[in-house]
Design a protein. Structure first.
Length: 372
């Protein structure tokens, strides 16, 4: 494994940081958390103009040459800026599902739209009581003539009211199936949910929603493959959290130099220095394991072990680091006026989005030969 970035990756990283520093300010982050649709459409347009909506999409479909490592580089910088947008579900999951399972006609239809920033995708997988076993799905699609009638309810669907399409994992007669549904189709209703970090997922209900047969990605019954894409995407989510934890640590270091108590900066005391060293170690361990997971996802089909290990370590490291930054600031660090609280909330929400602790541990256990 190569531990250094290529010249192109270094240039990508620098340009992304400059862009988000200028365009994704903390005042904008606070604003989008309080208003619909939960992200800045103007910022998203600028991202498209910069070519970022072409990430993970091949050049022949209007994208830019990139892989999972490039996605991790992008999202570490996005995490520093606390970006909220449908880019993750669109490019990192939705577009990969189209590339993996879609027909050439579907790729030609949808991927150029995504690369140009003209189409976005929400992902609807989660249901009450359903984890990785998609045979338990309650959302059903019944074939009637040349279209499906879709019925069911999905939980925690990101930006359901503002996206172009919803990628739905549902049950057909053949088994778990992927349907790309027009988000404005009659019969779709959403209920917004309040979340810890200000993101705007929703509960989406489908009632006799008509979906053309041509919107099945791949063949009916092959929908379980979406779990492999979601597994790989966790390295990208880890990168987002690591970028936030890194920015939070920088806040803590700066504050410890400025905050003077009894004539001395608090950062001059050994107890705080050691805390920040522990934070540095935790973040760096998570970063390298995350890059290894991304590298593994690029080099091989199954990176379940690497993704699960990165998720376990990153969830622990980033919640630890960001909570310690609040401790460095004292009680005021937990208030909405201080950026430290934004980073902690994003880290905690990210840890939950990575998956249940027991499920991740079971994945690693199975991959190292400890199956029941």
């Amino acid at each position: 494994m190569e531990y250094s970035f290529t010249e192109e990756q270094e240039m990508l990283k620098e340009s992304i940081r400059r862009f988000f520093t200028d365009e994704c300010t903390k005042s904008l982050v606070r604003k989008v958390q309080e208003t619909a649709p939960g992200y800045s459409t103007e910022l998203f347009k600028k991202m498209a103009e910069m070519g970022y909506c072409g990430l993970m999409i091949p050049e022949e479909y209007g994208g830019i040459p990139s892989d999972w490592v490039d996605a991790v580089i992008f999202y570490e910088e996005a995490g520093r800026a606390l970006l909220q947008s449908p880019h993750f579900t669109t490019n990192i999951i939705g577009a990969q599902a189209i590339l993996e399972y879609g027909s050439e006609e579907q790729k030609q239809e949808f991927l150029p739209q995504i690369a140009a920033g003209k189409a976005t995708i929400a992902v609807a997988v989660q249901e009450q009581g359903v984890s990785a076993n998609l045979s338990l799905l309650n959302t059903q699609a019944t074939l009637s003539g040349n279209e499906y009638l879709l019925n069911g309810e999905k939980l925690f669907v990101a930006f359901p009211d503002s996206v172009t399409y919803i990628l739905v994992v549902c049950h057909t007669a053949e088994g778990p199936t992927l349907l790309l549904v027009d988000a404005k189709s009659p019969g779709i209703t959403t209920v917004p949910l309040a979340t810890l970090d200000g993101q705007r997922p929703g509960i989406v209900t489908f009632q006799d929603v008509k979906v053309p047969q041509a919107r099945v990605l791949g063949k009916p019954g092959n929908g379980a493959g979406i779990l492999n894409i979601i597994q790989k995407s966790k390295a990208v989510l880890c990168a987002d959290m690591i970028g936030g934890a890194e920015a939070a640590l920088e806040l803590g270091i700066d504050y410890s130099k400025q905050r003077v108590v009894f004539g001395q900066p608090i950062g001059s005391h050994q107890i705080w220095q050691h805390k920040m060293v522990d934070m540095r170690l935790a973040i760096d361990k998570a970063r390298w394991l995350t890059f290894y997971a991304a590298w593994s996802s690029t080099k091989k089909q199954n990176a379940a072990k690497e993704s699960a290990m990165a998720s376990l370590l990153t969830g622990q490291a980033c919640t630890f680091a960001t909570s310690e930054v609040i401790q460095i600031h004292g009680g005021i660090g937990a208030t909405l006026d201080y950026d430290a609280s934004l980073y902690y909330k994003r880290a905690k929400a990210g840890q939950l989005n990575l998956g249940m602790l027991g499920d991740l541990q079971e994945t690693v256990a199975a991959e190292i030969g400890l199956q029941n």
